[in-house]
Ligand binder design. Sequence first.
Ligand SMILES: Cc1cc2nc3c(=O)[nH]c(=O)nc-3n(C[C@H](O)[C@H](O)[C@H](O)COP(=O)(O)O)c2cc1C
Length: 194
Amino acid sequence: MKKDADNKNPINELQKKRWSPRSFADTEIPKGKIYSMFEAASWAASSRNEQPWRFIYGLKGEGENYKKIIDTLVSWNQKWAKTAPMLVVGVAKLNSDYHNKPNEYAHYDLGQAVAAMSLQAISDGIYVHQMGGFEKDKVRNSFKMSDNYEPMVAIAVGYLGQPEDLPDDMRELEEKPRTRYELNRLIFNGDFKP
Ligand SMILES: Cc1cc2nc3c(=O)[nH]c(=O)nc-3n(C[C@H](O)[C@H](O)[C@H](O)COP(=O)(O)O)c2cc1C
């Protein structure tokens, strides 16, 4: 299934093709492609080049991490994310290496790293679906995380599956066209009138 962006202005192919599926194929991701995703994330820009992103990942059928991560997801996300061969948690490092005070850009920078990861993934035909629906405290406990780190996002990763494999309500969402606000609601070349 294709859910390319219905863009009004030309955009690059990777942005056009990226979307967030809920049905994943039962296909392993080659290790090299996984490292390319994390490598791309590591080359994102960050305030003072502090790189305040950390990633915990788990592969289905390998070690404990996959199960630990799936246990942190809210049940609605568990229902579909369990089809993904890989789960990731994106973590922000909160205090700055520079002055050991809160780094106000930590979350912003983590988001940029995940965006870079998503585009690298789609360049290899791999799809990324971010989730806010998970329990941060479970992640903290499960991975013995200090207060200097904040789990911000869970991420399902894999190759595209079939919408028919999803429960009915999710299949509808999977098949629904993607929409965006008109640009004139978002950008201002004069007064800021949101
Ligand atoms: C920070 C963040 C949290 C999200 N949380 C969830 C979630 O808990 N469950 C879910 O199914 N999708 C979640 N999404 C996916 C969004 O719903 C999706 O990105 C949005 O509808 C736009 O669709 P697209 O990514 O296909 O363009 C989340 C996305 C982001 C960036």
